[in-house]
Write a protein that binds this ligand. Structure first.
Ligand code: PXP
Length: 246
């Protein structure tokens, strides 16, 4: 089976468009769970331009499934993560001007520099995941840092419009998922997944969690969060049925 963690960042984006108090990502998380979400994800950026520390704290108190905090690997963010204790932290690269995360964390280059970030999170009992591009060196680096999971970046797949380019990206994701599973890592995937393209990723053996935000929130604005999550879960579950057990 493949879990669905719903990223509610863009509810905060809408709130911050008017610097108002609504819509509230905490309310959206409750509705996502009622619609069948297996987890809730938020990205607390260093500048808190969308999701705020208040949101993270309230989600910690209200989420009944699994709360994942996406964050940059900085000492300031580590302190906030240790203080709030989400179920999982996913380490992501962060560039100040970016619209959304632009690719995986370069763990292979960061090398030992990541150790002081990882250690306090491990000590606090927080499960660790690294968002990485689906390439061998990054998965090997993640396994070396005793991460529980890797989240494979699906942006290139999502941005491929030609059928053969898409197939090529799926093959790359399959190879990366298989290597990560052999290294003992849980395999997550996400970024840019939609109702139209998610089936091809959900069908990949070994992927046990998908992290999806924009597409669900976009549909949720029109049909309601619960329905939007139900629709996505139904596609994911259908696609998983053809898999062999891992
Ligand atoms: N995974 C990671 C690491 C992300 O940074 C994001 C965006 O915040 C997502 C998944 C969700 O991407 P999308 O909003 O395109 O579904």
């Amino acid at each position: 089976m493949c879990r669905l963690s719903v990223n509610v960042d863009h509810v905060a984006t809408l709130r911050e468009a008017r610097r108002a108090v609504e819509p509230d990502p905490v309310h959206a998380a409750v509705l996502a769970e009622l619609g069948g979400a297996d987890g809730i994800t938020v990205h607390l950026r260093g500048d808190q331009r969308h999701v705020k520390l208040r949101d993270l704290r309230m989600l910690k108190d209200t989420v009944r499934t699994r709360l994942t905090l996406e964050m940059a690997p900085t000492p300031e963010m580590v302190a906030l993560a240790v203080a709030t204790s989400p179920f999982m932290v996913t380490l992501v690269p962060e560039n100040p001007g970016e619209v959304s995360t632009e690719g995986g964390l370069d763990l292979a280059t960061l090398g030992k520099d990541i150790a002081p970030i990882v250690a306090p999170l491990h000590d606090a009992g927080i499960a660790l995941c690294a968002f990485v591009d689906p390439v061998i060196e990054q998965i090997q680096a993640a396994a070396g840092f005793d991460m529980r999971a890797v989240e494979l970046c699906t942006t290139k797949f999502a941005e491929s419009s030609q059928e053969n380019a898409r197939r090529e990206q799926i093959d790359t994701l399959k190879a990366a998922a298989s290597l990560a599973a052999r290294k003992g890592l849980q395999v997550h995937a996400g970024h840019g997944l939609t109702y139209e393209n998610v089936g091809m990723v959900a069908a990949i053996d070994g992927i046990c969690e998908l992290s999806i935000g924009h597409s669900i929130i976009a549909r949720g604005v029109l049909v309601g969060m619960e329905q939007a999550v139900r629709d996505m879960q139904s596609i994911i579950r259908g696609a998983c049925q053809g898999r062999r057990r891992v």
